[in-house]
Ligand binder design. Sequence first.
Ligand code: PSU
Ligand code: MN
Length: 306
Amino acid sequence: MSVTHEVGTALAEGRPVVGLESTIFSHLGLPSPANVDALDRCLAAVRATGAVPAITAVLDGVARVGLEPTEHDRILGPAHKTADRDLPVALAQSWEVGATTVSASLRLCAAAGVQVFATGGIGGVHHGAEISGDVSADLPTIAKLPVVTVCAGAKSFLDLGRTIEWFETHGVPVLGWRTEMFPAFYAPASPFPVAHRVETADQVADIVGCQRTLGQLGGVIVAAPIPAEHALDWDELEAARRRALAEADSQGLAGPAVTPFVLGRLGDATGGRSIPANLALAENNARIGAEIAWALACDPRHTRGE
Ligand code: PSU
Ligand code: MN
C-alpha cells in the first residue's frame, strides 16, 4: 500500500484527513464531465476546511491512499469496480486502474489510519434480496472497520428499510445529521427513521470515542440529507426507480451493470436534475466529513477511547 507524502504527514501529525472513494468519480459512478466536477468539488470542500483529502484507488497494482493531482485523470475514465473482496486480486494481478467502492475504500482507510470517509451513497440491501441475496459488501465492511462513513443514505434504488435493519442487527450506529429520517440520496428524507439524531461534528466525535471505550471495533454512519436546493421528490423518484429496475430486469442486467443503467434512467426521468443533485450531496458529505475529522483531530482522546 502506498500513502502519499501529504496524507502520511498529516496522519503522523494527527491532522484531519478525509478518505474519498474513486468509484463515484470513474465512469462507473457518474457520466463525464460531471465526474470531473464531482472530484474537484469534493477535494475543494475538504481543503477549504484545512483538512487533507485522501482518494483511494488501485493504480498499477498498488493500493493507494491519496493521489497526486497528476494522477486524477487515471480514475476518471474506465476502471475495474473494486470492492473489498477484489482488493487482493487487484494487487496480486496488478490491475491498472481499480476504482474502489465504499467497502474497498474503508479497508484502505482503516489500514492507513484514516478515521473519516465521505461518499455520495453507500451500497445496501437490494429490493428482492431475500431471493437474490444481493447485499452490498459496503455493509459488513462498515460494521467491521473503525471508520466514520458520511453519506446521503444508500444508493437511490435500494431497500432502505432493510438496509437500516441490517445496521441495527450488526450494531452500527446510524446517526442522522440534523435529521430524524434516513436520507434517500436525491431526496432529503425517506419514510424510515434513523436511530439517533446529531447536530454537530463534536457529537459524532464523542460517539466515536465512546464506541472505542466500549471496545466496539466497527464504524458509524453519518447520514446527511442532500442540500435542500438540490433535493428531488421522493414519490417521483420511487416511480422512476420502479420503472428503471423493471426495465433493467427485462434486459437481463445484473451485478455492476445495474447502477449505471438505473442512474441513467433516473437522470432521464428527472430531466437531468439527478446529476447536479448527486454532485451537491457528494460535496456536502465531503465538507461534513472534514468537520468530523477536525473534531476527532482536535481531541485525540476520542480516538484512544478515553
Ligand atoms: N452510489 C451511487 N453510485 C455508485 C455507488 C454508490 O449513487 O456508483 C457505488 C459506491 O462505490 C458503492 C458501490 O460502494 O456503488 C456499491 O456497489 P454494490 O451495490 O455493487 O455493492
Ligand atoms: Mn451487489
